[in-house]
Design a protein. Structure first.
Length: 202
């Protein structure tokens, strides 16, 4: 039996820190395109339709695109209830699956608006909710930034992407009623252009 743990994501941001002597401030230019998943090519009327969300793509599998514009009565219930919380501030979110026991993983990705600069510090933030359809909680959330779109690289587990993520939030996500705010920073190696969300550690 496959045990599922899934998370719902909304409102992402990746901004650069501007550092001056004795002063530290955050630039307000968000490098993540379509950060709240609002911009769309069309309304999703069922599962596996992330291709309708502008700028975002499945990296290895099927990601659920949830938008309140759907006219399908059954899918509308899934969007509003089955994936966890409805969208927190806007009308869209995405959901993806992480199976317990290191058996299967899904990844969400997008090309960011500009390449990262070597030695510069960046801040990533997101709102995450555990889906109501999950049988177990999720114990970590990771973000990987690379020069190009990554590929699966584990012979034992064909869906896995194993790498050293820049953002590793080790926390038990058990909240299905509210969104959990994730906020962390890292220093860029330089020229990273593709952002991938998932789990990359063994």
């Amino acid at each position: 039996m496959i045990i599922r743990a899934a998370i719902n994501i909304q409102k992402l941001s990746l901004v650069a820190f501007i550092v001056w002597p004795w002063i530290s401030a955050v630039s307000q230019v968000n490098l993540i395109p379509n950060p709240s998943f609002e911009d769309k090519i069309g309304c999703p009327e069922g599962l596996h339709q992330l291709y309708l969300c502008k700028d975002w793509e499945d990296v290895n599998s099927s990601i659920e695109y949830c938008h309140l514009c759907t006219s399908d009565s059954v899918y509308s219930l899934i969007v509003k209830q089955g994936t966890g919380q409805p969208p927190r501030t806007d009308s869209a979110s995405v959901s993806f699956l992480i199976n317990k026991g290191n058996v299967y993983r899904e990844y969400l990705g997008a090309y960011i608006n500009d390449a990262l600069v070597e030695g510069k510090k960046y801040c990533f933030s997101a709102r995450v909710s555990l889906c109501e359809c999950s049988f177990y909680d999720v114990n970590r959330f990771e973000v990987l930034l690379t020069n190009m779109k990554p590929a699966q690289n584990s012979p034992l587990f064909p869906t896995f992407i194993l790498d050293s993520a820049q953002i590793v939030c080790r926390n038990y996500f058990v909240e299905t009623v509210e969104y959990t705010h994730i906020n962390d920073s890292f220093t860029a190696e330089g020229n990273e252009r593709f952002l991938t969300i998932g789990i990359f550690s063994p």
